[in-house]
Design a protein around this ligand. Structure first.
Ligand SMILES: Nc1ncnc2c1ncn2[C@@H]1O[C@H](COP(=O)(O)OP(=O)(O)OP(=O)(O)O)[C@@H](O)[C@H]1O
Ligand SMILES: [Mg+2]
Length: 486
């Protein structure tokens, strides 16, 4: 039976199989019993006939009248199954015989054991009954009657035919009974399975299986299933309300965070902006002191003034960078088609012009066209190529490449150099403002560049990451959303 058959069909098949097997076993037993009874009555009937013929043949045997014996034997023609019979003398010689037809005639005479009154032989679909004939305490001969077993065979065939129809009727009855039982047994099981399927498909825990009126294992199963559903429904509702509460809280916190961030940025912007004024005063005063009292200053004071100059210059740079970072965050995006390859080539040309002494091998992938804010992308590319230029200044020749590759169908742009590289353990800090992995004495900078780049890339819906090792160069890769084929 296929494993995906329904329980109702399985029950029906089971009923039919049980009925058939039970009926077959009972029928085989009955057939055996019936055949054995039929054999016994056949032998009894043959024995009776043998006794009658024997009684009627006494005088023929006594007076040696075979013709009269043959006459008596011919009476057996009335029994359709008897094929032949014969009378023997006491020494086993044939005295008289009768055969229904020549083709059933047998020439071999049966022999009777001396100590038995009667012998029955079943051999190749025939039965032979042999009986002694005694008269006045003397054995005067023997008689044998030979019969076929067609009556037994007919009886067996009739039985098998009836059995076939009874079997058919029983199967039909089993089918009807199964169908009636389906409603009470298979029906609720099928409905339970149906409900379970619906619940799992629709995730609707308010559904319930139809309770059974009976008090059996099935009704216990349905009740347990429904109780389980009730519990899940309660937990599901609790989970949903907890989730929506959590979502509300997250939204609330996000709003607070955004507001705080905005305040912080506005604060840092205005602080940076306001610092410019006093700084310009410091610069101006220092310039005046240099101009008016330059020659009168002692070398110690001169050194102090130079340091004030350096510090205010660096502070100015920091303020500029901070303002740029804040501007990037605040600025509106103007999306357009941007040729990043041309942009990179332009930046390299400017850098070469500013540092004509540097030997740099430059590779720029052609036709990197993206959709983005041209101004912001220029700031990002300036920073990334500027970094590669700066941090590879210790190598000659330096090698810098701007390229594009594809990862999972998305274009990934990268700027790769063979410069100082960085310790990968510090990777998380690279994109945080004012975090630097190289000392100021080695490479100048404020540490705001990559933080600015990251904000720009994120504004474009992309991601930026870095790979590198100390003295083995660095690669900065980024993706942009809505980037057309490069
Ligand atoms: N191409 C690079 N190779 C090695 N280290 C790099 C590279 N680019 C950036 N870094 C490391 O990341 C740090 C942060 O870079 P970022 O551009 O933000 O700052 P910066 O270059 O030091 O200063 P600036 O704000 O002037 O750009 C750098 O100090 C440097 O240690
Ligand atoms: Mg930089």
């Amino acid at each position: 039976m296929p494993t995906n058959t329904s329980i109702a069909a399985k029950l029906t098949w089971m009923n039919i199989a049980v009925t058939t097997v039970a009926l077959l076993v009972a029928s085989v037993g009955f057939l055996f019993y019936d055949q054995s009874n039929a054999r016994t009555s056949l032998v009894t009937s043959l024995s009776t006939q043998a006794q009658i013929i024997a009684a009627n043949s006494v005088s023929a045997l006594e007076f040696n009248d075979p013709e009269s014996a043959r006459q008596t034997l011919r009476a057996l023609a009335a029994s359709p199954n008897v094929e032949g019979a014969g009378l023997l003398t006491p020494d086993g010689q044939l005295f008289a015989e009768y055969w229904r037809s020549a083709d059933v005639r047998v020439n071999v005479l049966p022999s009777l054991s001396p100590d038995k009154q009667q012998t029955v032989l079943f051999f190749s679909e025939k039965v032979t009954v042999i009986r002694n004939i005694d008269f006045g305490g003397r054995r005067i001969g023997a008689i044998y009657i030979r019969s076929n077993l067609s009556s037994l065979n007919e009886r067996r065939n009739r039985f098998l035919k009836i059995l076939f129809f009874v079997l058919l009727a029983c199967m039909g009855a089993a089918l009807i009974v199964s169908w009636l039982f389906r409603r009470t047994v298979a029906g609720p099981i099928a409905e339970l399975a149906d409900t379970a399927m619906k619940v799992s498909r629709e995730k609707n825990y308010s559904l319930r299986a139809q309770p059974s009126l009976a008090h059996d294992e099935l009704s216990t199963l349905i009740t347990a299933f429904n109780e389980m559903l009730s519990q899940i429904q309660v937990r599901d509702a609790a989970l949903l309300s907890a989730r929506s509460e959590l979502e509300l809280r997250v939204q609330d916190r996000t709003k607070q965070l955004v507001a705080a961030n905005r305040d912080l940025e506005a604060f840092s912007y205005s602080v940076s902006h306001d610092l410019r004024g006093p700084l310009e005063v410091v610069n101006g005063m220092s310039y005046i002191i240099h101009l008016q009292y330059g020659n009168e200053l002692s070398p110690g004071l001169k050194d102090c003034l130079d340091r004030i100059d350096d510090a205010s210059k660096r502070m100015n740079e920091l303020i500029e960078d901070l303002l740029n970072l804040a501007r990037v965050t605040k600025s509106e995006m103007h999306r357009e088609r941007v040729d990043v390859s041309a942009m990179a080539r332009e930046i390299f040309a400017e850098l070469k012009q500013r540092h004509p002494q540097r030997v740099v091998e430059i590779v720029v992938a052609s036709d990197a066209i993206v959709v983005g804010d041209a101004h912001l992308l220029r700031v990002a590319m300036d920073n990334l190529i500027g970094n590669a230029w700066k941090y590879s200044s210790n190598k000659s020749p330096s090698k810098i490449e701007f390229g594009v590759r594809r990862a999972n169908g998305t274009p990934v742009y990268f700027i790769k150099d063979n410069g100082a590289g960085f310790d990968p353990r510090g990777m998380q800090r690279l994109f945080q403002p004012f975090q630097r992995l190289h000392p100021l004495s080695e490479f100048p900078g404020t540490g705001v560049g990559l933080a600015t780049v990251q904000r720009i890339i994120q504004k474009h819906g992309g991601r930026i990451w870095a790979e590198g090792a100390v003295n083995e160069g660095a690669t900065f890769s980024f993706t942009l959303d809505n980037a057309p084929e490069s």
